[in-house]
Design a protein around this ligand. Sequence first.
Ligand SMILES: CC(C)(COP(=O)(O)OP(=O)(O)OC[C@H]1O[C@@H](n2cnc3c(N)ncnc32)[C@H](O)[C@@H]1OP(=O)(O)O)[C@@H](O)C(=O)NCCC(=O)NCCS
Length: 166
Amino acid sequence: MTEPAVRRLTGADAPDWQRLRLEALSTYPEAFLTTYDEAAAVPVGTIAERLDTGHTFGVFQNAALVGIGSLIRLAKEQTKHRAELGAFFVQSGAQGSGAARSLFDGIAQAAVEVGIRQIELYVASSNARAISFYTRAGFREVGQIPNATLSNGVSETDLIMVRDLS
Ligand SMILES: CC(C)(COP(=O)(O)OP(=O)(O)OC[C@H]1O[C@@H](n2cnc3c(N)ncnc32)[C@H](O)[C@@H]1OP(=O)(O)O)[C@@H](O)C(=O)NCCC(=O)NCCS
């Protein structure tokens, strides 16, 4: 197997991104704020526009997209050094392979190149694997959001994690 390759995704990648996004939401619904139905309702043309204008990245193994992650940069003058990492997912067949770490490292490198100095994320407190991954990648917990999600009457606490890039 070739080394994982990471690149920024563009509109041409929209169908592949949407396929992985829906796989993530159907396989790990408790790991994300968005529901499958909400994501499935977004037209592929809208996704293509978002990819062309945003900071969404993919990791490829043997030319196939196996993982995705997006940075949403805060817009204001005093906050534009910050970005939120979201929709971070690696297909189960590629988990434990280093693809997730390659993806995060590629995202962090691209973030530094555009002047982002801090990456922030929310992760469900029950998502031990993701918390372990993020901690290994240099994130630290800085707080918690109680009742971050409420699904079928069950609430979940999210951890807020931050990674300094400076
Ligand atoms: C989060 C994710 C991207 C991490 O990628 P990955 O390839 O699984 O990550 P790695 O295998 O490199 O690292 C996971 C770590 O969790 C550990 N781990 C594995 N299973 C675990 C479990 N059930 N509980 C706790 N830790 C676990 C691994 O040993 C590893 O720890 P280490 O680096 O200290 O050895 C991937 O698991 C994923 O896509 N999960 C589903 C979607 C998701 O949760 N996304 C994040 C939303 S915030």
